[in-house]
Write a protein that binds this ligand. Structure first.
Ligand code: GLA
Length: 384
C-alpha cells in the first residue's frame, strides 16, 4: 500500500496533513461460524490492511474520501444523518456507536484506502471499522480500549450494515500480534496468543474471486437457525444460552422440535467448536497433519451441513486434496472468497500451479494467491 498516495490526496483535498492509522484484515485457521454461538475461533491479523489519514476540521461534519473508489462523501453525525454511500455508512456507524457511549466526536477530514481484497472473506469491513475506531479514539483522546473498539466495529455491522456478525473479525483486527494466532473465547472475550510458525509448512490463501450475492441475508439466517436451536434446548436445559453450551446429545433431544435445516446447522456448530479445541491441542504439540485433517472436516461441514460453500470453493478444496495438501477449507463467512490451505513446503509450487491453472480453465476466472503473513493489529503509523 502506497501511503504516500493517501498523504498526497489528503494534502490536495484539505491543504494540510493529518495522522495516519491502519488496521488489518484477518485469516482464521479454524473455528468458523462459532463466534456468534459463543464458541472459540483462531484468527490472526494479516499484512493486508486499511489505512486512513484523519484530522479534526473544526466543524460538526465529516468529509471523507475513498481513494480506491475515487469517491467523496460529506455527512453530519446526528441520528438521522446516515449517508447514502455504502462505504460511508461504516465510518458514520463507527462514529455513531462511539457517540452512543457518551463520547463526543467532532467533525474531521479523512482519506482512506486499503489492500484487503473485498468480498474475499478476509474482513475488509472489520479492518475499515477498526481503523476508524482506533483513529477517532486516538485523535480525540476518548480513552476507549481495544475491547470496546472491537465491539464498536461489530455494533456498526449490526446497526448500520445489517450483518449480524460475531466478534471474530473486529477482535482480530484490533488485537492482532505479529507471528501469533489468537485463540479467542467469543463469549468471555478471554484470549491467548498462540505463536504460529509451522516449520515445514506454508499457509496460503487461494481466492476464488467470486462473491455470491445474498450472502448477508444467508448469514443472518444461519445465525437465526442457531438461536432457534439454542432456545429449544434451553427449555430442557436452562443453563444453555448459546450453542456453545450444548452438546450433541442435547441436540438429539430436540430433533422433533426444530426444523431439519436448523438441526443440521446446529450440529455443524457443535462439532466445529470441538474441532477447534482438537486442532488447538494438535497445534500445541506441533502436529500439523492433525490440524490439517480438522480443516478438511470443517470444509465438509461448512459445505454439506452449514451450506455456506459454493461450487468454486468446493472445486479448490478437491484440488487441494488431490495435491496432497495437508489442510484446506473455505475461510470466513463463505459463499465465495478464499480457501485457506496448509501446505508442505515441497508441495507448494505444484499445488499453486495446479490450483490456479485448473480453476482458470474451469471457471474462466484467474484466482489470486496470497501467502499468509501474520502481523500486528490496529495502530498509529509514524511516518518520516
Ligand atoms: C464473518 C463474520 C464473523 C464470523 C465469520 C464466520 O467473517 O463477520 O463474525 O461469523 O463470518 O466464522
Amino acid at each position: 500500500m502506497e501511503l504516500k498516495t493517501i498523504q498526497e490526496k489528503f494534502k490536495s483535498l484539505y491543504g494540510t496533513a493529518g495522522v495516519v492509522y491502519t488496521s488489518p484484515g484477518r485469516i482464521n485457521l479454524i473455528g468458523e461460524h462459532t463466534d456468534y454461538n459463543g464458541g472459540f475461533v483462531l484468527p490472526g491479523a494479516i499484512d493486508k490492511a486499511m489505512y486512513c489519514e484523519i484530522k479534526p476540521n473544526g466543524t460538526d461534519k465529516v468529509r471523507a474520501f475513498a481513494l480506491d473508489l475515487e469517491e467523496s462523501a460529506e455527512f453530519g453525525l446526528g441520528e438521522n444523518d446516515l449517508p447514502a454511500k455504502q462505504w460511508a455508512k461504516y465510518i458514520y456507524g463507527v462514529c455513531r456507536e462511539i457517540i452512543k457511549k457518551g463520547k463526543s466526536v467532532p467533525g474531521f477530514d479523512c482519506v482512506f484506502a486499503g489492500d484487503v481484497p473485498l468480498g474475499a472473506g478476509m474482513s475488509s469491513s472489520a479492518a475499515l471499522e477498526s481503523c476508524f475506531g482506533f483513529a477517532i479514539n486516538d485523535t480525540y483522546n476518548l480513552g476507549l480500549d481495544r475491547f470496546e473498539l472491537a465491539l464498536i466495529g461489530q455494533a456498526t455491522e449490526h446497526n448500520y450494515v445489517g450483518v449480524k456478525c460475531g466478534i471474530m473479525d473486529q477482535f482480530a483486527s484490533c488485537f492482532g500480534k505479529e507471528g501469533s494466532l489468537i485463540r479467542l473465547d467469543c463469549r468471555s472475550l478471554e484470549y491467548q496468543y498462540v505463536p504460529f510458525n509451522p516449520a515445514g509448512y506454508r499457509l496460503v490463501l487461494v481466492n476464488t474471486c467470486v462473491s455470491h450475492n445474498l450472502a448477508e441475508g444467508a448469514y443472518n439466517k444461519r445465525r437465526h437457525s442457531c438461536e432457534n436451536v439454542a432456545a429449544a434446548i434451553k427449555k430442557r436445559h436452562p443453563e444453555v444460552e448459546l450453542l456453545r453450551d450444548a452438546n450433541l446429545d442435547m441436540l438429539k433431544e430436540v430433533a422433533n422440535e426444530v426444523s431439519a435445516e436448523d438441526y443440521i446447522r446446529a450440529e455443524f456448530v457443535i462439532e466445529e467448536i470441538q474441532r477447534l479445541l482438537d486442532a488447538c491441542a494438535a497445534l500445541e504439540i506441533g502436529d500439523y497433519e492433525t490440524v490439517g485433517k480438522k480443516m478438511y472436516e470443517t470444509h465438509i461441514g461448512l459445505s454439506r451441513k452449514y451450506e455456506v460453500s459454493c461450487e468454486e470453493l468446493d472445486f479448490l478444496n478437491d484440488i487441494a486434496r488431490e495435491c496432497g495438501v495437508s489442510g484446506s477449507r473455505v475461510m470466513g463467512g463463505g459463499f465465495g472468497g478464499c480457501t485457506i490451505n496448509l501446505v508442505k513446503n515441497e508441495l507448494y509450487d505444484g499445488f499453486i500451479k495446479r490450483a490456479t491453472e485448473s480453476y482458470e480453465q474451469k471457471f474462466k476466472i484467474k484466482p489470486k494467491v496470497y501467502d499468509v503473513i501474520i502481523k500486528d493489529g490496529a495502530r498509529k503509523l509514524y511516518i518520516q
